[in-house]
Design a protein around this ligand. Structure first.
Ligand SMILES: [Zn+2]
Length: 346
């Protein structure tokens, strides 16, 4: 069985024996080849260099699935100003819809005029060179992308004081996500990952989460399925406690194939609700354990998740994406330990 088959079969809830590894590799590949961030993003997008970075990281870690490109936010397409410092992660220094009137100048489909075409090309190169790997397109969730477009603090104010504006921005951004993910994933990706850090009930409230996140995630997941891929949803926030069981149930009733919990959740609480209903993703905390070590703690935490999820459909990830600056040696400890758990397979 190839890594790709293993990943897809797990996400389709058809196998539990092996645990595929998917470090959601947004920008970390550049550290592998010591490539400056602005070499990929600085002068247009360099798809060939992006694919080289992705494949170098995969060679080091042996991961079963990859995002397929060095990922950016594509906000230039709407007039956003992104910064690409030499060793930094891309970040927004100007939000395209900080002034709400600017939204009138654009269509959601304009998003594919930005770096997205380069990201697509990188994913195609990775798909051609490594047809045995699973390819997972990464896009933001509805409120998350709206936060990038409007500025998160302003969007949080809109949700309370200017509901019409919030409705408009989140509607526009959901349309843009649909365009972006379809363009990036069509005919090459096995799954689409909805990276939803600000689609967080602890931030936007349970009603906001139902209205803005879940309703739109259902629509996006349906579209992902009709495009021929599987869907994975990764909201931040606590879902493992008793009082959030209902909200977690509603989250997977959107029809997503995989649910990735973030840091701060107890794996047992996630297992209770998700088991038999969707594939679970999640794992060792990226911002503490995998950043600071030591190796013993990484191995102990990896074991904790492997043993909790040993009888269910489970794909091991880090708690969130992996980016530049994440120590490669520590991530390799985790990858090697999963491979050992799988008896050398994967
Ligand atoms: Zn995350």
């Amino acid at each position: 069985m190839t890594s790709r088959e293993l990943f897809v079969q797990t996400l389709e809830m058809e196998q539990k024996e092996y645990v595929p590894f998917f470090p959601r590799d947004l920008t970390l590949g550049m550290d592998c080849l010591d490539v400056p961030t602005d070499a990929v993003f600085g002068n247009g997008y360099d798809p060939k260099l992006s694919a080289e970075c992705v494949l170098a990281l995969q060679k080091l870690l042996g991961n079963d699935a990859t995002v397929g490109c060095i990922a950016g936010y594509s906000l230039e397409a709407f007039g956003g100003v992104m910064k690409y410092s030499e060793k930094g992660i891309p970040y927004a220094s100007g939000y395209p819809f900080e002034g709400i009137d600017r939204i009138d100048n654009y269509q959601p489909s304009d998003i594919i005029k930005g770096f997205v075409s380069g990201m697509r090309r990188s994913s195609e190169i990775v798909r051609d060179k490594r047809p045995d790997l699973a390819l997972v397109t990464n896009v933001p969730g509805p409120v998350t992308m709206s936060g990038f477009a409007r500025g998160l603090e302003t969007l949080m104010m809109d949700l309370i004081m200017n509901v019409d504006i919030a409705d408009r921005i989140i509607g526009f951004c959901t349309d843009a996500i649909e365009e972006e993910m379809t363009f990036l994933s069509k005919d090459i990706s096995d799954a689409v990952f909805l990276a939803s850090a600000s689609d967080n009930p602890d931030m936007i409230g349970e009603e906001g989460y139902r209205k803005y996140t879940l309703k739109n995630v259902k629509r996006l997941s349906d579209r992902i399925h009709s495009n021929g891929s599987l869907s994975i949803f990764h909201p931040h926030g606590v879902f493992s406690t008793e009082d959030r069981r209902e909200l977690l149930s509603e989250s997977i009733e959107t029809g997503v194939d995989g649910f990735q919990f973030s840091e701060g959740n107890e794996p047992e609480g996630i297992l209770e609700v998700c088991e038999g209903k969707c594939t679970i993703l999640g794992g060792v905390t990226a911002f503490t354990t995998l950043l600071l070590g030591p190796e013993k703690r990484i191995v102990r935490d990896t074991d904790k998740f492997l043993s909790c999820f040993e009888d269910t459909n489970y794909i091991m990830t880090c708690s969130c994406s992996v980016n530049r600056g994440q120590p490669l040696d520590y991530l390799k400890v985790m990858a090697d330990h999963i491979r050992q758990y799988n008896g050398g397979k994967s």
